[in-house]
Design a protein around this ligand. Structure first.
Ligand SMILES: Nc1ncnc2c1ncn2[C@@H]1O[C@H](COP(=O)(O)OP(=O)(O)OP(=O)(O)O)[C@@H](O)[C@H]1O
Ligand SMILES: Nc1ccn([C@@H]2O[C@H](COP(=O)(O)O)[C@@H](O)[C@H]2O)c(=O)n1
Ligand SMILES: [Mg+2]
Length: 214
C-alpha cells in the first residue's frame, strides 16, 4: 500500500526506553500496525520467540470475547463482520486486563490503535506511551491474496469484508500511523517481501531496542 510515511523520519534517536507504569509494574509497549493481511500476527510470533515479548492482538482479544459469551459479543461480532472498529472502551479494557494478568512487562500490541478514538482513549486511560510503532507496509494486492488464502475460518476473510477493512484502514488507521510518524515514532518495514526477509528487518529494529534497554 502506498503511504505518505517518510522512511527518513522513522528513526527514533532517543537513547531512553519509555518508562510506563501499569499498576505497580513498569511496562514497555510497541504498537504493531499495518493493513489487514500485512503480516502483523506472523511477525509478532517471531518477535515473541526471539525477544521475549508478549503478543496481544486486539482482534484476537475481541474474537475471544465473542466466544466467551460476553454481553458485548453480538455487537463485536457484527462490527468485525462489517470491518468496523469496535468502541475503544471495550478494546482498551481487554488490553489492560491482558497486560495486568501477564507476568511479562514487554508487550506487542497488534492491531491497535486502529483509529484516532482508539489512540486518544488509550493515551488518556493508560498514560502509556509506545516505545515505537512498527508499521508493516504492504500493497493491497498482496494483502488481498494473503487474506483469501489464510484459511483460518475467519468470518471477515471474504472479499466483501476485506474491501471494507481496506477502506477503514486507509481512512482511519493510516492517520494514526501519520500521527506517530510526526513524532518520530514509526519504524516502517517493507512487508511485501517473504516472511524470513521481513523478519530480518524486524530483527534489526528489536536488536537495537534490546541494546538500549541493557
Ligand atoms: N511476508 C509474507 N509473505 C507471504 N505470506 C505471508 C507473509 N506474512 C504473512 N503471510 C501470510 O499471510 C496471511 C496473513 O498474515 P497475518 O495473519 O500475519 O496478517 P495480519 O496482519 O495479522 O492480518 P489481520 O490484520 O487480518 O489479522 C497468513 O496466512 C500468513 O501466513
Ligand atoms: N483495535 C481494533 C482491532 C480490531 N478490531 C476489529 O477486529 C477486526 C479484526 O482485527 P485484526 O487485527 O485481527 O485483523 C477488525 O477488522 C475490527 O473489526 C477493532 O474493532 N479494533
Ligand atoms: Mg492478525
Amino acid at each position: 500500500m502506498g503511504t505518505v510515511v517518510d522512511a527518513s523520519a522513522t528513526t527514533n534517536t532517543s537513547k531512553d526506553v519509555c518508562q510506563n507504569h501499569l499498576g505497580d509494574k513498569k511496562v514497555t509497549v510497541v504498537f504493531v500496525l499495518g493493513g489487514p493481511g500485512s503480516g502483523k500476527g506472523t511477525q509478532c510470533a517471531n518477535i515473541v520467540e526471539h525477544f521475549g515479548f508478549t503478543h496481544l492482538s486486539a482482534g484476537d482479544l475481541l474474537r475471544a470475547e465473542i466466544k466467551s459469551g460476553s454481553e458485548n459479543g453480538t455487537m463485536i461480532q457484527n462490527m468485525i463482520k462489517e470491518g468496523k472498529i469496535v468502541p475503544s472502551e471495550v478494546t482498551i479494557k481487554l488490553l489492560q486486563r491482558a497486560m495486568l494478568e501477564s507476568e511479562n512487562n514487554k508487550f506487542l500490541i497488534d492491531g491497535f490503535p486502529r483509529n484516532e478514538e482508539n489512540r486518544a482513549a488509550f493515551e488518556e486511560v493508560t498514560k502509556i506511551v509506545p516505545e515505537f510503532v512498527l508499521f508493516f507496509d504492504c500493497s493491497e494486492e498482496e494483502m488481498e491474496k494473503r487474506l483469501l488464502n489464510r484459511n483460518q475460518g475467519r468470518e471477515d476473510d471474504n472479499i466483501d469484508t476485506i474491501r471494507k477493512r481496506f477502506k477503514v484502514f486507509g481512512e482511519s488507521s493510516l492517520p494514526v500511523v501519520e500521527h506517530y510518524n510526526s513524532k518520530g515514532k514509526v519504524k516502517k518495514i517493507d512487508a511485501g517481501k517473504p516472511i524470513n526477509e521481513v523478519f530480518e528487518d524486524v530483527k534489526g529494529i528489536f536488536s537495537l531496542l534490546h541494546e538500549k534497554a541493557t
